[in-house]
Design a protein around this ligand. Sequence first.
Ligand code: DGJ
Length: 526
Amino acid sequence: MERITEMPRMQKDENGKMMLYVDGAPYIALSGELHNSSSSSLAYMDQKIWPALRPLHMNTVILSVAWETIQPEEDRFDFTLVDGLIASAKREGMRLILLWFGLWKNGISTYVPAWVKKASSGLNARFFRVRDGFGKPLDCISPFCEEAVQADAAAFSQLMQHLAQADPEHVVIAVQVENEMGVLGADRDFSPAAEQAFHSPVPELVAQQYGQGSWEEVFGRDGGEMMMAWQYASAVEKIAACGKAVYPLPMYVNAWLEQHPDRAGCYPCGGPIAKVMQIWRLAAPTIDCYAPDIYLNNFRGVCDEYAVSGNPLFIPEVRATKDSASFLMYAVGKHRALCFAPFGIEDLFGNRSDSIDDSLLATLNISNDAFNPTGAGERLAAAYDLIGNMLPIIDKAHREGKIHAFLEYHDSGISLSLARYDVQISYSGASESFFSRSSNNKDRAVAGGFLIELSENEFILCGSGYSVKFLPKPGEKAVVGVLNKEEGYYRAGEWVPGRTLNGDEGYFIGLSDFPQALHISLFCYE
Ligand code: DGJ
């Protein structure tokens, strides 16, 4: 029998923190995004994908649904594939986040149906294209093309309508609207409609916040990018609003981040990078959150940049390497991320797949080392198992301000000030003798994790590759001693102790290169 469950939703909790609720309870999507084409075949999903995902302790898979698949002809919709994906996810006990590959995917329009492609040639085409500064058409339908936006919105609304009827158990918990949109290969759209907008006064909502004038007058050299951000956001608002009106699932957009060479058009111009998030928010109130795809090395910096002004941290794509587990610990421990998803998750226990070759990475401006499955699967599986079983503890600690997260990035550690003690966290390498067996080599993962204060004298340490020194507060005449040190794990919110490590192993508090948890009790003597 089908379970009728509560609608998934993104909503602020009593502390004003944006949360994702699934079946009425707070949820973190411990996830992974599939390669773009994996979900286009149910047979492939059954033979290759589901078996590869089973050992990972994930609770959610992110996969694509392409416009061309559900509306192969203008007057015909086909949801066979969508229904099959939902049925197989349900069988696997997995939730889904759908990527709506509509008008835009990585700055281009490759997933639109053939009938759209065929009507996109020429300046006066029904679905006209973005033009560069020389008037050359790009492989991107213009966000100024009202008819294209309406067609996408109509198809998206059909998809959402279908989900409303076909998915009463809410296997699908959220939808990403489009994918890494923006203009690539020109610093803005120069189609006639775009030209006219560029030389007109900015829309009233923008003027209220930033002042009156044309885009260039108000934003200077950023005028083109701001206009594109407004235009993409306005288009997405129309598309998302049509979908939400029939089935109000959480909806987000993702960004190809601003990166070297930091010039709009080298990354998709107008996409929801941090710099233009405020413009996006003005134009697209239906969008619940802005999500970074993190292939840059500075994971910590990007998280901190996106978790601002009420925007929850939601990571639909991230480097898939042995560092993923530490990234997860930081994202959850520091920002209480709603979603964490390495890209190409099906490769994590195998070889790097042929879906990612060097020319693709060059086109996407992603460094080659962002995909290296060596050691990644085991680490991420252990971290997902741990986090997935301690969510209520993590949430309580966040509410009470008792969780402290850290991640190595060209530094050696951090100091924390807790209620009773000061703490020094040192990343591996800082303590050669302990780490020499496992981590003191260049193959180790970046160190990262979090510390939870269960009480003044009781702590949970999670993560890998760091050591911990508890110290008395400055000036205090006391020596800190270890009362008890235990390894263990969580099951359904309960600590399950493993070995007690109080003898030779008790002197030093450190987590090896593999994600783990320790329970520490302290006392003081004079
Ligand atoms: C970012 C895109 O959003 C994904 O769809 C995929 O193409 C990856 N890059 C590939 O690395």
